[in-house]
Design a protein around this ligand. Structure first.
Ligand code: NAI
Length: 669
């Protein structure tokens, strides 16, 4: 119950007899705690009350089961109209948390569950932090991923707490640490199990103990060596992202090294200023990517479907990994293949994945392996909520399998194919009720790729599609609804792009130059390396299906395939591979506009997918291409990119890739 006399909507202040005060955040009308303007204003008024009657100590916690605090209110940030508004927003948090840091009584943040962005900045403004050792506890300053900076004191306090090397690593990548690591690196003072958390908080906040000091090397790096550390960090960032594409990480380094972590102290004309960041299209585009991601997450919502058992048929590259990801996420999986011997390698791969994901926690690894049941006879199909077929790409085999499955499966079970290139309608033709078949198209490597395409065939049942999206969310994937069409969305745009890259190589441009140009644009991997990774045999098949312009595949590609050089998996393709990495020679000089030339077919194919209704709208196309291929997030996606550049207007005829467009022709020579 709130201290009498206070009329707060979001915060509850409770005082114990010995003078210890508990302040809990439970943001009204929301399942998660976000630091909206209203929440921050109320916190100010809580501090007023505490100033008037100071407690012996203060513990700040969350009343929400979802976690501590998820960060600032992104909606409010998205609606900022000017750089001046951005400055006001930053000043609000900076000033309030400075005030919290300066109070005379000891303060402690009791962190259970997510503690992100502004939430961690609030926690850093407290004298102590206790983290609760649970799988959901994670601490991060992910602002950089939205193209902004941790301006509410994070850039000032995190380096002081854990040293600048670690702090910059966290702030420049946005990655999170779990409870144990938070304690290990000195971010948290204690890491405790949930049952003792309140007592631990009581004891620590009343202890009067000093925070553990930084090791001397970290103190040097935070002091006299600061500019050297900043130079090194700048070099590292430059290897990953160009300043004109991503100004925020550079600004973070500058704000920390030149302005004591105070974003407000940077003058407007400085390249690290809030004004520069606010004016950058990247900031808008990264917010756009965030909203696109939320939209994809929404597809699984509001459907009454809680799958517990998945039956996967085909324990090869895809089926084995789909089964592993499902088991990792807590589902029971029966994995069927023709023999136990074919299932065994998938289980061995899964064990490695679980080791990595559960960071060596033997019990979790054991439980996940126990959930993955080899099932050569296919008994699991009778009980499963979701059945996923991932056998080899053969229409007759798939039809035979599904007509058998239709008889065995529960009437409400999802029947899904992972096919990449067969028409869903052709497979569904074997069913008494063709509406039951849908596609759930995963990407390789399944554990790494965030997207799945949920494919609607001509007759697919709408409820089954919604349930498939809910299933995708259950295993933490982003579902993209697509219509059944060659290559769906992602392969339809990747195919022509990879082909154009190979044509460039055919013309004598070094693969290294091709890849460097696209990596510089912001792709996670160059297209030639991607072809080698996917496999040259698959590229030939996909090229035939997707080329669109009827042109023959590049000679070099065919020659490599007939020599058995299929790329990474055989140790040689366009590159020689060793230890899972391509050996690169010198890139040489690339012709001007090389990236534009290779991107043009991808952009055109994306437009075509929108026009032909493969996805419902341009935003979904952008979401799919970003999360399915890693397409440069700073651009906001291929549709947004061409719209903002204005030279490839949406709505132009794009059914055939226009390889004779003057700009492209000129670039190619
Ligand atoms: P794969 O060749 O690695 O594995 C296929 C497995 O299915 C083999 O272990 C085989 O023994 C088993 N199998 C074949 N017929 C069977 C039957 N009647 N009953 C039980 N098991 C049977 O194939 P991969 O690459 O995993 O592809 C599987 C499916 O996933 C294909 O439809 C493919 O188009 C699709 N796909 C493949 C991707 C890739 O990158 N490899 C990406 C996305 C989809």
């Amino acid at each position: 119950m709130n201290q009498p006399g206070n009329n707060w909507q979001h915060w509850t202040l409770r005082r114990e007899a010995d003078g210890l005060a508990w302040l809990e955040l439970d943001k009204a009308d929301s399942t998660t705690n976000a630091l909206s303007a209203a929440v921050m204003e109320e916190l100010g008024s809580v501090l007023d009350v505490l100033d008037a009657e100071p407690p012996a100590a203060l513990v700040i916690a969350s009343a929400k089961p979802a976690g501590f605090i998820a960060g600032a209110d992104i909606e409010e940030f998205s609606q900022l109209a000017s750089a001046a508004d951005a400055r006001v927003l930053v000043a609000r948090g900076w000033t309030l948390f400075e005030r919290l840091a300066d109070v005379d009584y000891p303060t402690l943040a009791l962190i259970r569950g997510h503690c992100l962005g502004g939430g961690l900045e609030l926690a850093l403004a407290c004298r102590y932090r206790i983290v609760v050792d649970e799988p959901g506890t994670k601490l991060a300053l992910p602002e950089v991923m939205l193209g902004i900076v941790p301006g509410w004191g994070g850039m000032k306090r995190l380096p002081d707490r854990i040293g600048p090397a670690l702090a910059l690593d966290l702030m420049l990548t946005g990655k999170s640490v779990d409870a144990k690591k938070a304690k290990r690196i000195g971010l948290a003072d204690d890491c405790v199990p949930p049952r003792v958390m309140e007592n631990a908080a009581r004891m620590r906040v009343r202890s009067g103990s000093a925070n553990s000091p930084l090791p001397w090397m970290a103190r040097l790096m935070n002091g006299p060596l600061r500019s050297k550390v900043a130079d090194k960090a700048r070099k590292q960032v430059a290897g990953r992202a160009r300043r004109e594409h991503y100004p925020a990480p550079y600004a973070i380094i500058d704000m920390w090294s030149r302005f004591e972590g105070n974003a407000l102290a940077v003058p407007a004309g400085d390249p690290a200023s809030l004004e520069t960041i606010f004016a950058s299209p990247t900031t808008r585009n990264l917010l756009r990517v965030y909203h696109l991601q939320e939209r994809l997450k929404g597809f699984g919502k509001g459907v009454d479907f809680a799958p517990r058992h998945v039956h996967v048929i085909g324990a090869g590259v895809m089926g084995g990994d789909i089964a592993a990801v499902c088991a990792q996420r807590g589902l029971t999986v029966t994995l069927q293949d023709q023999t136990v011997e074919r299932i065994a390698p998938a289980i061995a791969r899964a064990a490695k994945l679980f080791e990595r994901r559960f960071k060596g926690d033997r019990r979790q690894v054991r439980f996940a392996l126990d959930r993955m049941i080899p099932d050569p006879q296919g008994h699991g199909a009778v009980r499963a909520d979701v059945i996923i077929e991932a056998i080899f790409e053969n229409l007759e085999a798939k039809r035979a399998l599904f007509s058998d499955l239709e008889r065995k499966a529960r009437p409400d079970a999802i029947l899904a194919s992972n096919t990449s290139s067969l028409r869903l309608e052709d497979i569904a033709g074997c069913l008494t009720d063709p509406g039951r078949l849908i596609g759930i198209h995963f990407f390789n490597p399944v554990a790494m790729m965030p997207l799945v395409e949920v494919v609607a065939g001509e007759h697919s049942d709408a409820l089954a599609l919604q349930r498939a999206a809910a299933f995708a969310r259950r295993i933490d994937k982003l579902p993209l609804p697509v219509k059944s069409a060659p290559g769906f969305l992602v392969n339809a745009v990747l195919g022509p792009y990879m082909l154009e890259a190979l044509r460039c190589v055919e013309e004598g441009i070094a693969p290294e130059a091709v890849d460097a140009a696209l990596v510089e644009f912001g792709m996670p991997m160059g297209p030639v390396e991607l072809v080698d990774t996917v496999g040259l045999d698959i590229a030939v098949a996909a090229g035939k299906a997707l080329a669109g312009d009827g042109a023959a595949p590049p000679q070099k590609l065919l020659a490599l395939v007939s020599a058995g050089k299929l790329g990474k998996k055989t140790g040689e393709g366009y590159y020689r591979w060793s230890d899972g990495k391509p050996k690169r020679g010198k890139a040489g000089t690339a012709p001007a506009g090389l990236a534009d030339r290779i991107l043009a077919p991808l952009l055109a194919a994306t437009r075509r997918c929108v026009e032909e209704g493969v996805v419902d709208d341009a935003d979904l196309a952008d979401a799919g291409v970003i999360f399915g291929t890693g397409f440069a997030p700073w651009s906001g996606g291929p549709m947004n990119y061409q719209q903002t550049r204005g030279n490839l207007p949406v709505g132009t005829d794009s059914t055939v890739v226009d390889r004779s467009a003057p700009a492209i022709q000129q670039d190619a020579t």
